[in-house]
Design a protein. Structure first.
Length: 193
């Protein structure tokens, strides 16, 4: 944010190279080993590279979570294509997937061969705890602004209760709450402009 409280401008698309996209999403993939991809994606895309503002990232992540397929694959394609078109989407996707895929194949083979070793179970338990902490960190950073807008908080709590407490199916909850939220906020955004 600048001194006027306006979010800092994101990096112009012309300044983002295919190499930067690939290496940035490789960094996300390797740093988030064991989980926490969304948190690391935000860290790299918003904090480190300044390619997007928090609001842009949250909007992109929301769209990527609603679409079918893995969230982070969708996000890599979204960010890559935003800056460099189809080539950028492929570069970001390659960075996110290729090296981690090789690591997962090697670790999967090792796990199935040595799964009875207690040390391996301890390492995996630690990775899960770290990933949970990163996810919580992102939820606090990105979700903090919800506390200033009670109507947004109502939709967030309603989604949580519907899916986590009442165990309603995710797709109908997203369709109903998403549609309702869009209708609720759309006229208010126009009035604010």
């Amino acid at each position: 944010m600048n001194s006027a409280g306006v979010p800092a401008a994101a990096t112009p698309a012309a300044d983002v190279t295919l190499r930067e996209l690939a290496l940035s999403f490789l960094e996300v993939a390797l740093a988030s080993f064991g989980g926490g991809l969304s948190a690391w994606s935000r860290e790299v895309v918003v904090e480190k590279r300044r390619w997007m503002t928090d609001a842009e990232f949250l909007s992109a992540l929301t769209v990527c979570r609603i679409l079918p397929g893995p969230n982070q694959v969708n996000l890599a394609v979204f960010v890559g294509s935003r800056f460099r078109g189809a080539a950028g989407a492929l570069a970001a996707l390659g960075g996110l997937v290729l090296v981690p895929l090789a690591i997962v194949i090697a670790l999967g083979a090792a796990y199935f061969h040595y799964h009875q070793v207690p040390a391996l179970r301890s390492v995996l338990g630690g990775a899960i705890a770290a990933a949970t902490g990163m996810a919580l960190s992102m939820a606090i950073k990105v979700g903090g602004p919800l506390l200033r807008h009670p109507d947004q908080l109502v939709f967030a709590v309603a989604a949580f209760v519907a899916v986590s407490v009442l165990h309603w199916p995710l797709v109908p909850v997203v369709l109903v709450l998403g549609s309702t939220a869009i209708l609720w906020f759309w006229p208010r955004r126009d009035v604010a402009r």
